[in-house]
Design a binder for this molecule. Structure first.
Ligand SMILES: *Cc1c(COP(=O)(O)O)cnc(C)c1O
Length: 378
């Protein structure tokens, strides 16, 4: 049996090696390393794939969030509501820009931002909501959209973990994750569902004015060369990464289906186990399993992780510390009691290996060990 990894980037590469190598060589031969034709063509291909009006490629998913928030013209002290249970990047850029991240609790099933908690955290300073489509499944965008509309708020979807997921609106229409709010952001970090071979990110919007602003903020605040209308940043998608992503975008749906197949295998094996809860699926979204995350009892979680490691099965805890308890956000003085779901999840979650190359033999080995571990606790 092949060694089990959390993510198998090499196995995935081997299957498209010639295409990837040729695409990289083309960029090197052209020497158009910055903003070469590959960047423009990737932008167009992703616009088509997402059915979005504008895709603006940039340096990484964190920059995508930062540039998006910069385009909203907010004032110091303005508040942005975001989930307590996510990767730090979502909230870090808010604080970095002198705005206040207002953390709210998440749903116990999907782990996504709770619309009820958003409503309780609104203030006169609230200007935007940044939902995260965590682990590959969309947040409740119908409800988030309603709250935003009633309170005149921007919505920026952090789609770093859900590129390719589909959202089904209550009116029967459907959209790709990242195209629903005013702005969507994504990351092409190598382990993401659409991963580059280095850093990369993109901003998505259907709003012409925002697209124009986002483009020049990402390019030194410059619309006309050497005339700088506002303070911007330098954040570009590398031509070589764009060439790689152009190859890989064609496989994204296939990759997401492979993840769903592995998830279905896990689900079937675990659905009747007493000590674990399999990932919850909301009706309004597909789940493309950036992570396959189980819940177990807090006192069994770390022993399970240890037992798996002893048997050469990697696992990860996403995320062990809620954002409101991170030292970096200590100055805001958040009250633990406001986040009972996140507090509980951080002690109960465990993510199993999830990638596009998992073989039946490996999946069987993993589920057999999980089952064996729990059979000792009956
Ligand atoms: C990965 C990730 C990011 C940041 O992406 P980078 O490309 O690493 O900057 C932001 N938000 C979430 C939810 C992520 O998973």
């Amino acid at each position: 049996m092949k060694e089990i990894q959390m993510v198998d980037l090499k196995g995935q590469y081997k299957k498209i090696q010639t295409l990837i190598n040729n695409s990289i060589e083309e960029v090197i031969n052209s020497t158009a390393f910055i903003n070469g034709p590959e960047v423009k063509s990737f932008q167009n291909n992703l616009e088509k794939y997402l059915d979005a009006k504008h895709v603006i490629p940039c340096g990484n998913g964190t920059d995508a969030l930062q540039i998006s928030i910069m385009s909203l013209n907010l004032k110091p002290g303005d508040e942005i509501i975001t989930p307590d249970f996510t990767f730090i990047a979502t909230a870090e850029v808010i604080a970095f820009l002198g705005l206040k991240p207002v953390f709210v609790d998440v749903e116990p099933g999907s782990f996504n931002i709770s619309p009820g908690s958003i409503k309780k955290s609104l203030s006169t300073k609230t200007k935007a909501i940044v939902p995260v489509h965590l682990f590959g499944q969309c947040a409740n965008m119908d409800e988030i959209h309603n709250i935003a509309k009633e309170n005149n708020l921007f919505v920026i979807e952090d789609t770093a973990q859900a590129l390719g997921a589909e959202y089904f609106f209550s009116n029967g229409l459907k959209s790709k994750a990242g195209t629903i709010g005013d702005i969507g952001t994504t990351s092409f970090f190598p382990s993401k569902n659409l991963g580059a071979y280095g850093d990369g990110g993109a901003i998505i919007t259907n709003n012409d004015d925002l697209a124009k602003k986002i483009r020049y903020i990402g390019n030194h605040g410059m619309e006309t060369k050497y005339y700088h209308d506002s303070i911007g940043v330098n954040s570009r998608l590398d031509s070589i990464q764009a060439a790689i992503l152009n190859v890989k975008l064609k496989y994204l749906d296939e990759y997401n289906q492979s993840r769903q197949k592995a998830a279905a295998f896990y689900d079937k094996a675990f659905q009747n186990l007493e000590n674990i809860t399999i990932p919850y699926r909301d009706k309004f979204s597909t789940h493309i399993f950036h992570q396959y995350t189980l819940l177990t009892d807090p006192e069994l979680r770390d022993p399970l992780k240890k037992y798996l490691a002893q048997n050469d099965i990697p696992s990860m805890i996403y995320y062990p510390v809620p954002l409101h308890r991170q030292k970096a956000f200590g100055s805001y003085g958040y009250d633990n009691r406001k986040f009972p779901v996140t507090e509980s999840l951080s002690q109960r979650v465990i993510s199993l290996p999830m990638h596009t190359e998992l073989e039946i033999e490996q999946l069987e080995y993993i589920v057999n060990h999980v089952i064996k571990f729990f059979s000792n606790y009956k």
